[in-house]
Structures are given as structure tokens and as C-alpha cells.
Design a protein around this ligand. Structure first.
Ligand code: FMN
Length: 193
């Protein structure tokens, strides 16, 4: 079992990475592999299609995803939004029914609004949302500050543990003969009858 952890920051090894790493450690302790996928400025410098192609391959080989974003102006980063807009519309991306979680890193505020935006990608793709024991965020401007946010660190650990539990439960369900619900043909009315 494997989880892809998307780092939506421009800083490859900053606060978002630090939070994702805590989740990765908790996943490992619970028998689940993971890989951190750096989004970076490629999402906004004209290379997003190639980036998404690489991400599709990673997602299709994984059982769950976590999307991490720094908060920029009380919103997710432009990089992560640009990237997710393309990933979630890709017909090649096998996202449906894969457990997903969103986390945010901020100096001070804008975290819940950012997380709300990320969760909306998951819920229109029938992805079960993995939660933690409080809002899934860390606070800090540097990795060192994030690691001092004891509550945030615990929230990331619990999230990793919960993701591992859900993935194992889905595997156990499959082994017990519980079939995944078939996709339905979408009715699109655009509010017109
Ligand atoms: C352009 C920009 C805008 C930011 N806006 C906010 C903000 O609205 N609220 C906040 O608390 N922190 C804000 N920050 C601080 C970052 O969210 C915070 O330092 C975060 O932990 C950085 O994560 P990273 O190291 O993974 O990039 C901003 C940082 C940048 C670079």
C-alpha cells in the first residue's frame, strides 16, 4: 500500500514538507509506504501538463493521496490550485474512491479556508476524506517552528495513522468480497430541464 503526498509549496523542504514528512513517518510505522511529490513552480511556469502527467503515473500507482499547501493570502498556493485543476480533470487520473486528505501550513491564519478549498476537489471525485483529531494544519515559518507546534505535529501523526487504518480496512473489505460501487453515468443538467 502506498500514499502520494503532494507538496504544494514553492519551498521544497519548508514547512509543508515538514508536516508531510510527519505523516509519512506515521504511515511507515503503520505499514504503509509513501512518496513526497514536489509540485513547485512547474505548476505555474508553463510546465503543468508535463507535471500532471508525472503525477497521474504516481497517483495511479498509489492507494491514497495527501495534498499539502502553504497558505498564501489566506488561500492555498497558486501552484497547488493550478496543479489540482489540471490533475482532477485528467481522464487518465484514477482518483475515484481513493482516500484523500488535505493539510495546510501557515504562519498564522487562512488555514481553514485553504483546507476547505482542497477538500472540494476530493468530494466531487467520490474520494473518502481522511480526517484527524482537530483541524489538519501546522503553524510556522520554518521547519523548526513547525516541529515546535506540538499540537500540529500530533494532528499530522493521527492523520497518517487514520489514513493507514482506512487503506487497510478497504483492502480487508476487498478480500472479504465487498465490491467497490460501480461508477454511474453522470447526469448533467446545467439546471435546465
Ligand atoms: C506569498 C505568501 C503569502 C503568505 N500568506 C500568508 C497568510 O495569508 N497567512 C499566513 O498565516 N501565512 C502566510 N504566509 C506564510 C506561509 O503560509 C507559512 O510560512 C508557511 O508555513 C510556509 O510553508 P512552506 O515553507 O511549505 O512554503 C505567506 C507566505 C507567502 C510566501
Amino acid at each position: 500500500m502506498k500514499v502520494i503526498l503532494f507538496n504544494g509549496s514553492r519551498r521544497e523542504h519548508g514547512c509543508t514538507y515538514t508536516a508531510l514528512n510527519i505523516i509519512a513517518k506515521a504511515l511507515k510505522e503503520n505499514g504503509v509506504d509513501s512518496e513526497i511529490f514536489f509540485i513547485g513552480e512547474r505548476a505555474v511556469n508553463g510546465d503543468v501538463d508535463k507535471l500532471v502527467e508525472e503525477a497521474v503515473e504516481a497517483v495511479n500507482g498509489a492507494d491514497g493521496i495527501v495534498v499539502g499547501t502553504p497558505v498564501y493570502y489566506a488561500s492555498p498556493s497558486g501552484e497547488v490550485v493550478s496543479f489540482l485543476d489540471r490533475l482532477f480533470i485528467s481522464p487518465k487520473a484514477n482518483l475515484r474512491l481513493k482516500p484523500a486528505a488535505a493539510i495546510a501550513s501557515a504562519r498564522r491564519a487562512g488555514t481553514t479556508a485553504s483546507i476547505d478549498m482542497l477538500l472540494k476537489y476530493f468530494t466531487i471525485k467520490e474520494m473518502p476524506v481522511v480526517s484527524s483529531r482537530y483541524w489538519p494544519m501546522v503553524h510556522g515559518n520554518s521547519p523548526e517552528e513547525v516541529l515546535k507546534d506540538e499540537e500540529g505535529v500530533q494532528i499530522m501523526e493521527v492523520l497518517g495513522r487514520n489514513m493507514a487504518w482506512l487503506l487497510k480496512s478497504i483492502e480487508a473489505g476487498k478480500a472479504a468480497g465487498i465490491a467497490a460501487p460501480e461508477p454511474v453515468k453522470q447526469i448533467k443538467t446545467n439546471f435546465i430541464k
